[in-house]
Design a protein around this ligand. Structure first.
Ligand code: ADP
Ligand code: MG
Ligand code: MG
Length: 862
């Protein structure tokens, strides 16, 4: 039998696995001597065992009793004492914060006998005592026995707006009846039974529907379990010298220095978090107490070396700390705060780099609304989570979850049951609550746009009114989570400031966010071992990638140069017209010249043509129909007839596994040769113009070294015929599993490798990237077969193993082999880390992902 219970004084902040975040931090605050109500934490291990065996672990309740007795001695009051009952809160708290997703029950230990005692202890305040009792029956009934909340709400509505002591006593009777009707038993008067049942219910709340959904969304492992914190109650609803609040040590939206918080006088904690009453700032707290609070917050920041958020309660002029943790923040705040903490000497630059993510940077690169062309806003609320979102209004979470197009979830306030709708919506708009309300906290956690507390909005079940205007479900609305503005209709968007900064249109000077980004990017580049190249097919894309910090083009897809007007040249080529290649040559040469000029001095990896040729011809069905129509009209189908024959001839059941890549080069005479010549001549022209072109030739889809050797021999003889060209390296993509496995041989003919992880993924799994999304990926994700699509984040166990094998075997043959990756994964943060660990030289990604990959490459190295 293990130890299942830790007094707050026994734990510390590093024990999150065992005590959950809340428990570990309550312990830390207790250790720091801060005013935390006494209590203890039941471990996550106890929860895991309970969920596994469906019964309380042996010895747990005895341990709880033991710690409860110690608490009673310390406080000098007794649990269940009718004259002066000690009341307890029983709170969930997992390793990772899951705001509001699990249960907490307050006022445990109150019963018929204790109400009078509590009233007597509270200066004869019967109203307060009965109100606490009815809250307990409600919370306990809902949480432990699943009594429907509406039944309690109906009784509460019946009691009228501001019930006195007498009405509250009647309400308690009504609640007990509701409880009995649903459970077939009386509300338990035995306080220990209340406590044990509450602990079990909090354990079980780990598997509540919304908790499961939240974990899936946030990728939190499903088997960690929650700890349970049992602590003495303190009351913020004991009159005007009492109250409750939540606060951040810096502004979680912008990172601005200075405490930021919401306070409610004469209220219990739940009321703030629920966002049901509009709050006031911390300034409303009496100065001496506010001073104490601010100095505690400062100490917490020093201890955690980061932004903290806290929950506190003031009971009759005495401050109590109920919770703290390293707080969630917007992406902008994450950068600003990390840089501030470096300035303040609290953390190092390496640490600052660890505290921001590529995903956060990606969020900051999304466009925002263009204020200059926007109509006047309908209203302005609290900017709670940044971004620009537009969509059809939906007023309930189910409608949001079922909607086809983009929607904005519009609610007076949100609660944990709204989670599916919040996940589905583009953005969230509420009329109540501040930056610490449920909507704000959850939206920030998900990186979703949110405007909350737009108090001028009157939100009903099927419409909203503001300033004489009425909007209904389905009407389009736009919300700006950076300014808090709300607009009717769609508002034009403009590029983000961060993108304009990377473009060189804005300088970082004087802008806290841009300066923070600049500083961390410089440090990331300094630390990174992985280079970052870009996938770019045109000079324009390449130039942008270069402005964004790319140090090469890792993939130029030449087939994109054959679209538009030039498609017909490929048609002619397929139809056997030898002049087609001669016509293509100068066109390709000019393309390459421009590209090499844009990337002067940096490597440009040009991939020879890859896709199956039928992609350049009209679809079979279309041609068949055209020819049939002409024939029916007695006309000559002409060129269509010839094309149809060609399409039939090259038709493949499974073109992705067919005649493409190097196979095409070996089967269609002159095609690769033309491309190699264009590259060499373009490079020679650039040299002649005084440039420094650094092209490389990349052969796609190689599976056997012989394929590469044949292409290479031909290419080398062409290169030799353009003597004024600079040296041009020849390498291959590794995108067929056989290439990875025979990398030792292939490296004999390749000066570089570049993993094509899209093809490598689809060929390793044996499913086609273009078909899986709709077909079965949803189901696979739901079943947990993968946590994320392997096309989004590299499958480290399977595809990744092939990468590791190819790196090892390739370098064994040729130690100086350059190795990169040019699939979609090159810009995915988790995959970048994998490639760093696998020892690659660079990743290549789309130009817009370049800053993200740079940041992640730096992060992978610290
Ligand atoms: P969550 O994790 O969902 O925020 P908590 O365990 O923090 O749930 O509890 C919800 C609210 O209950 C808190 O905001 C706090 O104000 C209130 N609460 C919890 N414990 C106590 C206590 N010992 N005394 C007074 N209020 C409490
Ligand atoms: Mg809380
Ligand atoms: Mg490929």
């Amino acid at each position: 039998m293990g130890k299942y219970v830790y007094d707050f004084i026994e734990g510390n902040k590093d024990l999150k696995d065992l005590l959950g975040g809340k428990g570990a931090n309550l312990a830390e605050m207790t250790r720091m001597g801060l005013p935390v109500p006494p209590g203890f934490t039941i471990t996550t291990e106890a929860c895991q065992e309970y969920l596994h065996t469906r019964s309380m672990p042996a010895g747990l309740l005895a341990e709880v009793e033991h710690h409860l007795r110690q608490m009673q001695t310390r406080i000098g009051r007794t649990f269940g004492d009718p004259k002066d009952p000690l009341l307890l809160s029983v709170r969930s708290g997992a390793k990772f914060s899951m705001p509001g997703m699990m249960e907490t029950i307050l006022d445990i230990g109150l019963n018929d006998a204790g109400v009078a005692g509590l009233a007597a202890r509270s200066g004869g305040d019967e109203r307060f005592a009965w109100d606490s009792y009815r809250r307990l029956i409600q919370m306990f009934g809902r949480t432990v026995f699943d009594v429907p909340g509406e039944d309690f709400d109906a009784a509460l509505a019946h009691a009228g707006p501001d019930p006195g002591a007498e009405q509250l006593r009647e309400l308690v009777d009504a609640y007990k009846k509701v409880f009995h009707t649903h459970t077939g038993r009386e509300f338990p008067q035995a306080v220990h039974e209340q406590l044990f049942l509450a602990i079990g219910a909090v354990f079980r709340s780990w598997n509540s529907e919304r908790a499961v959904l939240y974990r899936r969304q946030e990728r939190i492992p499903p088997d960690l379990g929650t700890a349970v914190n049992v602590m003495a109650m303190v009351f913020g609803n004991r009159g005007d010298d009492s109250g409750t609040g939540v606060a951040f040590t810096r502004d979680p939206a912008t990172g601005r220095r200075g405490a930021y918080g919401d306070y409610l006088r004469n209220a219990q904690g739940e009321d703030v978090v629920a966002g049901v009453r509009n709050t006031v700032g911390l300034d409303a707290i009496e100065p001496a107490l506010r001073g104490e609070l601010l100095s505690i917050m400062e100490r917490l920041e020093q201890r955690y070396r980061d932004l903290c958020d806290i929950e506190f309660t003031i009971e009759n002029g005495k401050l109590w700390m109920l919770q703290t943790r390293v707080g969630k923040r917007t992406p902008a705040a994450a950068f600003v705060i990390a840089a501030q903490l470096v300035d303040e000497g609290t953390i190092t630059l390496d640490e600052a780099l660890r505290r921001v993510t590529g995903e956060q940077l990606a969020q900051l690169m999304f466009p925002s609304f263009d204020e200059s062309t926007a109509p006047p806003p309908l209203t302005t609320g609290v900017p709670a989570s940044p971004g620009a979102a537009a969509g059809a209004i939906v007023f309930d979470s189910a409608a949001a979850a079922a909607a086809k197009g983009p929607v904005i979830l519009v609610r007076r306030e949100t609660n944990p049951d709204d989670l599916p709708g919040m996940i589905a919506a583009q953005g969230i708009l509420t009329s109540r609550g501040g930056k610490t309300s449920h909507a704000a906290v959850v939206a920030r956690g998900m990186g979703k746009t949110c405007v909350c507390g737009a108090e001028e909005l009157r939100i009903e079940s099927d419409k909203l009114t503001v300033g004489g205007r009425t909007l209904r479900a389905g009407d389009i609305i736009s919300i700006d989570g950076t300014t808090g503005r709300v607009y009717a209709g769609t508002v034009p968007v403009r590029p983000s400031r961060v993108v304009r900064y990377f473009e060189g249109e804005l300088t970082a000077h004087g802008d806290p966010l841009l300066s923070a980004i600049e500083r961390l990017m410089i440090h990331a580049d300094h630390r990174a071992r992985l280079g970052v190249h870009a996938n770019a097919d045109t000079a324009g894309d390449a130039a942008r990638a270069r402005r964004f910090g790319a140090t090469g083009v890792g993939l130029c897809r030449t087939e994109h140069m054959f679209l538009g007007d030039r498609r017909v040249l490929i048609e002619r080529l397929i139809l056997g017209d030898d002049d087609a290649l001669a016509t293509l040559l100068p066109l390709q040469r000019t393309d390459f010249e421009k590209l090499f000029a844009a990337m002067d001095g940096l490597p440009v990896t040009v991939r020879l043509i890859d896709p199956p040729l039928h992609e350049f011809l009209p679809p079979l069905e279309e041609l068949t129909a055209r020819v049939a129509r002409a024939t029916a009209l007695g006309e000559d189908p002409g060129r269509d007839g010839v094309l149809l024959a060609a399409v039939r001839r090259i038709h493949e059941q499974n073109p992705m596994l067919g005649l493409r890549g190097v196979r095409l080069g070996l089967v269609v005479p002159g095609l690769f040769a033309m491309q190699v010549r264009a590259i060499a001549e373009a490079a020679a022209a650039r040299v002649a113009a005084g440039g420094d072109p650094r092209p490389e030739i990349m052969v796609p889809l190689v599976g056997a070294v012989q394929e590469l050797e044949i292409v290479r021999a031909e290419a080398e003889s062409i290169l030799a015929s353009v003597p004024s060209a600079p040296p041009i390296r020849i390498g291959t993509m590794i995108e067929v599993p056989r290439a990875a496995l025979t990398a030792a041989q292939i490296a004999g003919a390749a000066e570089f490798f570049s993993f094509g992880t899209n093809d490598l993924t689809q060929m390793t799994w044996g499913f086609s990237r273009d078909d899986v999304e709709g077909a079965f990926f949803g189901r696979y994700l739901g079943l947990g077969i993968f946590a994320v699509s392997p096309f989004e984040t590299l499958d480290a166990d399977g595809v990744g193993e092939l990468v590791r094998i190819a790196v090892e075997r390739g370098r064994a043959t040729r130690p100086e082999l350059t190795i990169g990756v040019c699939g979609e994964h090159g810009g995915d943060p988790a995959s970048v880390r994998f490639f760093h660990d696998a020892g690659l030289d660079y990743v290549s990604c789309s130009p817009f992902r370049v800053p993200i990959a740079r940041l992640e490459a730096g992060r992978a190295a610290v």
